[in-house]
Design a protein around this ligand. Structure first.
Ligand code: FES
Length: 193
């Protein structure tokens, strides 16, 4: 004979186990969310970086450093070359300055001119109203003629005159605003070719 009480007890036990089984199974799901939160928390403690991963950074950084060295060397070379090219009679130090006797025919005077100042500037320092415009060797307003014979550049150094051709220089013409004396000479101011 089957005891109905025993059957009912057994069925009850089965239901309890089934209920416990599902209770455990559903109980695991929240732990997955917690572990994600932990991972996010840990990730948030790592500082953000602006640069690529170390491997890429080594490649990029190395390339930059290699490029920087020759650039520096070139810069030094350019500076050295520029220093040599930029030498002007105006840069002659005071203790190396030489003086020359220059006769200004129209002004009726002979004066000593230094070789580190232009003919125009030194004439103006005498109080003479000499002609000029650009003062950079780019017009002929300040032109004068050296009348000693021969090329004007036998008597003056032009610092970047851009107007007189070889024939005009041979005739003694000079641009006084960029002309530095290098010998004694006689000049007629206000004479353009
Ligand atoms: S003032 Fe222009 S070249 Fe001398």
């Amino acid at each position: 004979m089957v005891d109905p009480v025993a059957v009912g007890f057994g069925a009850g036990l089965v239901l309890v186990f089934v209920a416990l089984h599902f209770a455990r199974g559903t109980g695991w799901e929240p732990t997955a969310d917690i572990s994600e939160e932990v991972l996010e928390e840990r990730a948030s403690t790592v500082p953000e970086t602006d640069f690529p991963e170390p491997g890429n950074r080594a490649i990029g950084g190395g390339g930059g450093a290699v490029g920087a060295v020759p650039a520096g060397e070139e810069g030094e070379l350019e500076e050295g070359g520029a220093a040599e090219e930029s030498s002007s009679p105006a840069d002659i130090p005071e203790d190396e300055v030489e003086y020359f006797e220059v006769e200004f025919v129209k002004e009726g005077a002979t004066i000593e001119l230094a070789n580190n100042e232009t003919v125009l500037e030194q004439g103006e320092e005498e109080g003479w109203d000499l002609p000029y415009a650009c003062r950079e060797g780019q017009c002929v307003s300040c032109a004068g003629q050296i009348t000693d014979g021969g090329n004007a550049e036998d008597y003056v150094v032009h610092d970047n005159q851009q107007m007189l051709d070889d024939t005009e220089l041979d005739e003694g013409y000079t641009l006084t605003c960029v002309a530095y004396p290098r010998a004694d000479f006689t000049i007629e101011t206000g004479e353009a070719p």
